[in-house]
Design a binder for this molecule. Structure first.
Ligand SMILES: [Fe+2]
Length: 303
């Protein structure tokens, strides 16, 4: 499902994996031993199996946006949970978060930013993110799962791809949306954002004004690991983008986007994560799997 909704298309994803294979083939035997074999088949290294306590049929799943040792204990307390799914990456998935960011260059290129500029600016940012996650205690929650005998996986970018595709289809070619306020109205019709509004976390305009014309709307900040480079905004504006629909945005990025005269609509972090997870979980529900939402997940069923 992650590949099917990937903006690069299956062909683009295959090329990404083929480049990894080529790199791997060139390594000497010693380097091959250290190479993460999963990288040859899984284009989303922030999404993986983290701990298998019991390789059994799964009928009940505890699912949350962030899973920590508390949720592992919660699963034990609730009882009968066969698997925990975390949206945000943990363990090896977290250590490899920066690897999925390459997709952002392809997406920006589709919106008209020359690939050399997109890749060049993202390269700096990817190494910055890689250094940032380097300091984390990656295994903390995985260790809790191991000690308590709980199955644990994380699914990040495939779900974010689902959310991005869902929003792109709804918004980008919608002739009814001419001004930022109309984009906001459209977002507010989506159940996950309706829920977010109730708790004060609804869509917000971070840059621009609700009366501004949107120009070309780009869904460039919904997937691809985490935020790209703030230096990209001027290039995006030059490429003809008028409004960015983002999941979340830091102050540094917001200032750059504002300076480039881009409108920025932040749909909401956890609520957008909810869209992607819900689209995925519909498939599990269809197979008769029971879902227990926790840690920021509000289940919305579309089937
Ligand atoms: Fe997220």
């Amino acid at each position: 499902m992650g590949i099917e909704s990937d903006f690069r298309g299956r062909q683009g994803v295959d090329k990404f994996l083929a480049r990894k294979r080529k790199k791997y083939d060139k390594l000497d035997e010693k380097a091959k031993q250290d190479f993460d074999q999963e990288a040859l088949v899984n284009p989303y290294l922030d999404s993986r199996i983290l701990h298998i306590a019991d390789d059994k049929e799964i009928s009940k799943v505890l699912v949350g946006i962030d899973i920590g040792p508390a949720e592992i204990l919660m699963a034990k307390e609730l009882g009968g949970v066969d698997l925990i799914i975390s949206h945000h990456p943990l363990g090896k998935g977290l250590a490899n978060l920066a690897d999925v960011m390459a997709l952002q260059a392809d997406v920006l290129n589709q919106y008209g930013v020359p690939i050399n500029i997109a890749e060049g600016l993202l390269k700096e940012r990817i190494s910055e993110v890689a250094r940032g996650v380097n300091a984390k205690n990656h295994q903390r929650t995985v260790d809790a799962a191991r000690l308590l005998g709980v199955n644990l996986i994380c699914i990040h970018t495939p779900c974010d791809n689902l959310a991005a595709k869902f929003l792109k289809d709804k918004i980008e070619n919608n002739q009814q949306i001419e001004i930022v306020g109309e984009l906001m109205e459209e977002l507010k019709q989506i159940p996950e954002y309706k829920e977010a509004i109730k708790i004060g976390a609804g869509p917000k305009i971070f840059a621009g004004d609700e009366e501004n014309r949107t120009g070309r709307i780009a869904v460039t900040e919904m997937t691809g690991g985490t935020e790209g480079s703030p230096k990209l905004y001027k290039k995006m504006a030059t490429a003809g983008i008028g409004t960015i629909l983002a999941m979340h945005q830091s102050e540094e990025h917001r200032k750059e986007a504002d300076e480039a005269k881009l409108n920025v609509v932040v749909a909401g972090h956890i609520s957008s994560d909810n869209i992607g997870l819900n689209l995925f979980l519909d498939k599990l529900t269809a197979q008769g799997i029971e879902i227990i939402p926790c840690s920021g997940l509000v289940r919305v069923s579309r089937s």
